[in-house]
Design a protein around this ligand. Structure first.
Ligand SMILES: [Zn+2]
Length: 523
């Protein structure tokens, strides 16, 4: 048998020597053509388009290059791979799924430890939901390039890279982009394709591959906040997107104040969105979705209810498919807002960690075990936030104001505290230590907040951070044993689904089928 293999191998080698192109002549010709057409990297080609026949003579400005023109899907793929190589210390590229026509849906994860679990929040930007609205492809790429170029010098870039994982998805709907059409290749509007709260968030099986990819990724990653990018207006839109009876009116969600705050932050940090000459939205450049025009099956409502992610829908240009000559200005208009939103959403409310009283077994010093799945409830708001499994960290976006926050977990004594979220966006950092229910100790554990700050020597294995319980001191000390309001101790995460939602479901379906919208569809 072995001899037969050797003979066959020698025969094939001989054949190749006699006729080198016997393999795949057609393919090698195609390869040659494609190499001729696509000489060098996509960045080099773009550079050549801007400076024909010669270089810039200096360092390449990748942000400027990324806002030069729209990249087709292959160019975008090429650029993202090249970016990952150029900026590998802060970026990891993954495909979260494929479009109907088998194009990868790429996501760039930006962090100082991309691909690693950390006690840090995740925030996402999603571009290209609608194929005929391409600004998100440009802005996510420009943002990635800007962060790569500035994360050692600019304090905002530094903070984003070092204190969170920012996920940038340039094109949710690559097939629609190719056709310059709103829907995907099956002509489905992806921002109407998510499970809806008026259908009890049930997965219908009619979700398109692009939608499923986003759903899986969102649930797997666990985002604190996010935004999708659209065109057709200049406004920051927030939940709810729909009303039970399909009438157009303001429909407040449980986190209405926080959403208003975040939408307003984006609009006012944007160079033009909140100006009075924004004629369609002269009152600050924000809108509640349902008060603009109700829609159903939107990504933002799904993300909020199922993903516990506070998500906005950003309309970034009154024109769909803006002229390429204006893309640089589009980036400049959005830059500060794109940087401010993730930081304020993740760190502008209440955030910190939940730990269990008592020393970790085997720990040196007074290290405390992280407590995952503890619920952080804010009195008066029916949605809850959970501390994360591995690290016990939590991020609760909140508008500035005074709140009573309750932390609870089965088997532990619940704990409450009154605190103020400052108006300057700096947030309220609070670490909680819960005493076991059967604990007979007087629970006089107190913490010096400064010593609870995550240090640079944080344990990468993620089991215990070297945070030390110190003596009581400073004004930020939180003491266990405060009284807890029973009303706000709900652990029911489905509270967000209004009681009347399912009842009106039939009515809504009828409406959606019978009344096509005359209004131009934007989001
Ligand atoms: Zn849109």
């Amino acid at each position: 048998m072995a001899r037969l293999h050797t003979v066959l191998l020698l025969l094939s080698l001989l054949l190749l020597l006699v006729e080198p192109s016997v393999g795949l002549p057609a393919q090698s010709a195609a390869l040659k053509r494609s190499k001729k057409r696509k000489k060098g990297t996509v960045e080099a080609r773009l550079l050549n388009e801007s400076h024909p026949g010669g270089g810039t003579g200096g360092a390449v400005d990748f942000v400027q290059l990324a806002t030069k023109r729209y990249l087709d899907n292959d160019e975008l793929t090429e650029w993202l791979h090249s970016y990952e190589k150029r900026c590998k210390s802060i970026a990891k590229l993954t495909s979260i799924g494929k479009s109907t026509l088998d194009k990868p849906i790429w996501v760039l994860e930006i962090s100082d430890k991309p691909g690693q679990a950390e006690a840090e929040p995740s925030v996402k930007y999603v571009g290209g939901v609608h194929g005929d609205e391409p600004t998100g492809r440009v802005l996510t790429l420009a943002l990635a390039e800007w962060l790569c170029a500035n994360h050692k010098s600019d304090p905002r870039a530094k903070r984003i890279v070092s204190s969170m994982h920012l996920w940038l998805l340039p094109a949710m709907n690559p097939d629609g982009f190719t056709k310059k059409s709103r829907g995907n290749s099956a002509n489905v509007d992806l921002n109407r394709n998510f499970p809806d709260r008026f259908e009890d968030m049930a997965v219908s099986g009619k979700e398109e591959p692009e939608t499923v990819a986003i759903m899986d990724w969102t649930l797997k990653t666990g985002f604190v906040a996010g935004a999708s990018m659209h065109e057709g207006a200049l406004v920051a839109n927030y939940p709810w997107d729909g009303t039970a009876d399909s009438t157009t009116r303001y429909e407040a969600c449980p986190d209405d104040a926080t959403f208003k705050h975040l939408a307003s932050l984006y609009a006012t940090t944007h160079r033009r969105m909140a100006l009075p000459d924004n004629l369609e939205f002269p009152d600050g450049g924000t809108t509640n979705g349902a008060s603009w025009y109700p829609i159903y099956g939107s990504m933002q409502d799904w993300s909020y209810v199922v993903g516990h992610c506070l998500e906005l829908t950003l309309e970034l240009s009154p024109n769909k498919w803006p002229e390429e000559a204006g893309l640089g200005k589009l980036w400049e208009d959005n830059k500060d807002a794109l940087l401010a939103f993730p930081l304020t959403a993740a760190y502008g409310g209440v955030w910190g960690s939940v730990r269990a009283e008592g020393k970790m077994r085997g720990a040196k010093g007074a290290e405390l075990a992280p407590l995952g799945n503890a619920t952080i409830t804010v009195e008066g708001i029916s949605t809850v936030t959970a501390s994360r499994d591995k690290f016990g960290d939590y991020y609760r976006p909140l508008a500035p104001g005074r709140y009573m926050v309750v932390v609870s977990k089965d088997g532990y004594k619940p704990f409450s505290v009154n605190l103020t979220v400052p108006a300057d966006g700096s947030g309220a950092q609070r670490h909680f230590v819960l005493a076991r229910e059967d604990s007979s100790s007087s629970s006089d554990v107190a913490f010096n907040l400064r010593s609870l700050e995550p240090s640079s020597s944080s344990d990468d294995s993620g089991t215990v951070l070297p945070w030390k319980a110190g003596r009581k001191g400073g004004s930020a000390v939180i003491e266990p044993g405060s009284t807890v309001s029973a009303a706000s101790r709900s652990r029911d995460r489905s509270l967000m689904l209004g009681a009347g939602a399912v009842v009106v479901y039939g009515l809504w379906v009828t409406h959606r089928r019978l009344s096509p919208r005359s209004l131009m569809r934007r989001r």
